[in-house]
Design a binder for this molecule. Structure first.
Ligand SMILES: Cc1cc2nc3c(=O)[nH]c(=O)nc-3n(C[C@H](O)[C@H](O)[C@H](O)COP(=O)(O)OP(=O)(O)OC[C@H]3O[C@@H](n4cnc5c(N)ncnc54)[C@H](O)[C@@H]3O)c2cc1C
Length: 489
């Protein structure tokens, strides 16, 4: 026990020294609900980044926190495949110097962060079954783009059309009503900006658009993402040894261990507290619950009394992008045979193929990405059929892979019962209707998770949401007097 107390104290001290940490941790709060002698209790549902960070912050304020997690591991959509050469991260992969919360957290927990190996400047395009190097794209017979678009590399087409007229002033402008006229289908918008049918086809093949289809994507959402990539980050980074190490270390610093294998099935809330029921028959009671489950999963959880109005609709309808990754073991370096770069961008079922390198830059394995309709096509097949299809598709687009790669693992975020998609996005009209309703507390239930964040992307957004929900709970239980401003070491 003594070995744990000192690092925890040091962790909280480090966290409180940062601008963001101090803002939350200095929040006034009375840990005891008026009229009760015990400290306020909170059930946090989900041990992804948002749930773990919420739990750490609430515990730091002296609240009694229990984290319930369905899987046998923490981290949720952060998932390092440690058993595969190169330890690919098949969930959250890269962060930048702009991820202030994540970097501060990693620093506070003494989790080492290192530059990501992004030496993959060279890429092979495979369009309409033809292998084309980017320098030859403008003159390739595979290039059916219009004259104006001819010299644009397929993966740059979306940015080309969005960036030339991105009216968002800053990272939070996308939720402002004055921009709601752009909460319209992305395919229609791109057409009005001059995108050709072939450009739309190629943009749809690009996992960079991060949604299931252009038709089901709000232009405002796409502009929000574009704004972020408009100011390129100087430093791409990841956690040394794999990103999973960060949530694992967060969990290790909690006073109460995360309860794994707890599949939440029902949440009841009344005037005095909450009760959560899990599939194994266990029940948990507390003063409040923080739900971090993706809405794609939450829509199957029974909430009593039921959510109302637009919030209920948002839980049912918010779309999640299907992403399926196929990890490939390399039998022989096939790129030495055909002389092309190992990294590929294709308009085939397999979209992109990315090398996973070790610290010395040596390629250890490859990961293919399929998103949207392509991922859904794979997700509808059984594992053997997926393997067969992927190998034959690889042979077709890159004959040199034949006999030189084998499938080691298939990870489908769309079929995963605890994520049912890789990331949330907004369909046309949903930003206007849903965004301001999604995270509203309902009775004694509060909501966090990447889907509820506003100003930041990806892993950072999960942490942003944790800070917001922590503040919400602290404000709720604070009686405005007898302030307990200190941290509980
Ligand atoms: C393929 C992929 C690539 C990505 N790449 C990047 C990237 O490069 N950079 C970046 O910043 N972000 C990236 N992200 C996004 C990032 O990983 C997520 O935004 C972030 O991890 C989400 O954290 P969260 O806590 O909101 O959700 P989650 O991590 O999903 O946490 C929710 C938790 O709830 C649990 N749960 C679900 N159902 C139940 C239930 N019924 N009962 C109990 N527990 C339940 C889940 O198991 C999970 O642990 C990527 C994500 C994916 C999938």
């Amino acid at each position: 026990m003594t070995t744990r107390v000192w690092p925890r104290r040091e962790f909280l001290w480090r966290l409180s020294q940062s601008a963001l940490g101090s803002l939350i941790l200095a929040q006034a709060c009375d840990q005891v609900i008026p009229g009760q002698s015990k400290s306020t209790s909170v059930l946090v549902l989900g041990a992804g980044l948002s749930g773990l960070y919420t739990a750490l912050l609430l515990e730091a304020k002296g609240l009694s926190v229990t984290v319930l997690e369905a899987r046998d591991r923490v981290g949720g959509r952060i998932y390092t495949l440690t058993g595969i050469p190169g330890k690919p991260d098949v969930g959250g992969q890269i962060f930048t110097e702009k991820y202030h919360r994540l970097l501060n957290l990693a620093n506070s927990l003494q989790v080492a962060v290192e530059p990501a190996k992004v030496s993959e400047r060279k890429i092979l395009l495979n369009i309409r079954g033809q292998a084309v190097l980017p320098q030859n794209w403008a003159t390739s017979t595979a290039n059916r783009l219009t004259k104006n678009e001819h010299s644009i590399i397929p993966s740059h087409l979306l940015a080309h059309y969005l960036r030339s007229y991105n009216i968002l002033e800053n990272a939070t402008a996308w939720i402002k009503p004055n921009h709601f006229s752009l909460d319209i289908p992305l395919d229609k918008y791109l057409k009005t900006r001059g995108a050709s049918t072939e450009a739309l086809r190629l943009i749809s093949c690009d996992s960079g658009s991060r949604t299931n289809s252009l038709k089901t994507t709000s232009t405002l959402w796409a502009l929000r993402n574009d704004l972020r990539s408009k100011f390129p980050s100087k430093r791409l980074a990841h956690v040394r040894g794999g990103n999973s190490y960060l949530p694992e270390k967060m969990a290790a610093f909690l006073l109460s261990p995360v309860q794994t294998h707890k599949v939440v099935q029902a949440i009841y809330s009344n005037d005095v507290g909450v009760e959560v029921r899990c599939s194994d028959g266990s029940k948990y009671q507390a003063d409040y619950a923080v739900v971090t489950l993706p809405f794609s999963v939450l829509r199957r959880v029974n909430i009593t009394p039921p959510l109302q109005g637009l919030q209920a609709e948002a839980v049912q309808e918010l779309p999640y992008t299907a992403v399926t990754q196929i990890c490939l073991k390399i039998r022989a370096p096939f790129w030495e045979n055909d002389g092309y770069p190992p990294k590929m961008w294709t308009d085939s079922l397999l979209e992109s193929v990315l090398p996973i390198r070790d610290a010395t830059g040596r390629i250890q394995s490859l990961v293919c990405w399929a998103t949207g309709t392509r991922a859904k096509k794979l997700d509808a097949l059984n594992l053997e059929a997926v393997k067969k299809l992927v190998i034959s598709e690889l042979s077709r687009v890159r004959p040199a892979t034949t006999g030189n790669v084998e499938i080691e693992r298939v990870v489908s975020w769309g079929n995963d019962p605890f994520s049912r998609g890789a990331y949330s996005y907004f369909a046309p009209g949903q930003i206007r209707r849903f965004q301001h309703q999604m995270a509203k507390p309902w009775q004694r239930i509060h909501f966090a998770g990447e889907h509820t964040a506003i100003a930041t992307p990806g892993m950072e957004s999960a942490l942003e949401s944790a800070e917001r929900v922590t503040q919400e709970i602290l404000e709720r239980i604070s009686d405005g007097s007898g302030l307990k401003n200190h941290l509980v070491y």
